[in-house]
Ligand binder design. Structure first.
Ligand SMILES: [Zn+2]
Length: 68
């Protein structure tokens, strides 16, 4: 039953099953469920991740939208 979807992979870091086709990870989508796990496993801190990946792009986009 677990194998009914051949695209489901187990994330190397968080051990959760995920569909690799939906992974936002650019180059290691067969290994990690997403860029957070990929970068965390590669040695980035959670704090750096959050600032880098989550908040900065969003606030940059918002600023751009508001300035337009
Ligand atoms: Zn993961």
């Amino acid at each position: 039953m677990e194998r009914k979807n051949p695209h489901i992979r187990i994330c190397k870091r968080c051990k959760l099953p995920y569909d690799w086709r939906r992974s936002p990870s650019a180059c290691m989508k067969m290994t990690y469920c997403g860029s957070l796990c990929e970068r965390a496993d590669l040695g980035f801190t959670i704090e750096g991740l959050v600032n880098d990946v989550v908040f900065l792009p969003r606030s940059a986009v918002l600023k751009r939208l508001l300035a337009a």
